[in-house]
Design a protein around this ligand. Sequence first.
Ligand code: ATP
Ligand code: LTN
Length: 332
Amino acid sequence: MEDKKTLFSAVQPSGTPTIGNYVGAINNFVKLQDEYNCIYSIADLHCLTVKQDPQKLRKATLELMALYIACGIDPEKCIMFIQSHVPEHAELTWVLNTITYPGELNRMTQFKDKSRSHADNVNMGLMDYPVLMASDILLYNTAVVPVGADQKQHIEITRDLAIRFNSRFGETFVVPEGVFPKYGAKIMSLQDATKKMSKSDENINSYISMYDDSDTIIRKFKRAVTDSDNKIVFDPENKAGISNLLTIYSVFAGKSIEDACKEFEGKGYGDFKLKVGEAVVEGLKPISEKREKLMQDKAYLDEIIVKGAENARRIAYKTIRKVYKKVGLYRP
Ligand code: ATP
Ligand code: LTN
């Protein structure tokens, strides 16, 4: 176990996760768990950068832990923990803030987008979001970070900060690499294939939530926007809607994009959309059943959460001690 490289990733417990989160992130968390020493976090502190209902946030956090396990992440193999349970994340953020320039954070696409969509609440946390994310990653000597394409910029700034810190204070951090799925790194909205599928979209028909029931899933796929030339081919540039559906189908049906294209050659869009919906329903069914069962066993989930925090802290504590020493903080 020790000679494997470390992998770290996280999902925010903001709203209900979508199949975009699953395809772009959680599904790969499961696939990579034997190859690496995996650490999977629930980024609850990140959530606070936009307005949350405290009651809902607490529930979504537990639900996300249940979802991780229901999707196949094995708590015996991986460290699974809640970000706010490991205070070193906030501590490292403070230190990294002192080597981060406002200009670097100001130009982040996500910051600009969220400043627009949350114009009434543009707060320092929203701007500092990437530094907290860098801290998440750097605390654990992480070599690889599986994420969706929208996180590329945040991985870049994490690397920049690691390199900057190392060159100023001496070798401290491993410089991590992002890993992105070949297909599905950016699942698009079902209502506008130029936009990322997002759980915070106000149009609920634009995303499939991991908690949607079968009828809702089928209905949303039937309504998915496509184009009018009635050809089912994979061409993300010119046929974004169809290519998005093919990507979703290939992941949930466990088939290659090529095989999916062959299967639907000459078929109509209506038929195709129904088949995509059915594949997603089938794929989500065992996950939902397991998640609902786990939600009945809060004691079990809490046990994993407590153990996860202990294990994560053991690593994070060492890193923050090292960092404090390097920057010259006194300790008797
Ligand atoms: P929001 O939509 O509220 O901004 P989010 O879903 O983008 O939230 P997270 O929950 O933190 O943010 O995302 C967790 C992981 O899911 C990240 O690795 C992210 O890249 C990935 N992800 C999110 N949306 C998609 C998508 N549409 N396609 C592929 N991957 C995605
Ligand atoms: N910002 C990420 C979630 C996240 C994350 C991380 C991902 C928080 N901390 C550390 C990878 C590594 C997002 O997808 N919105």
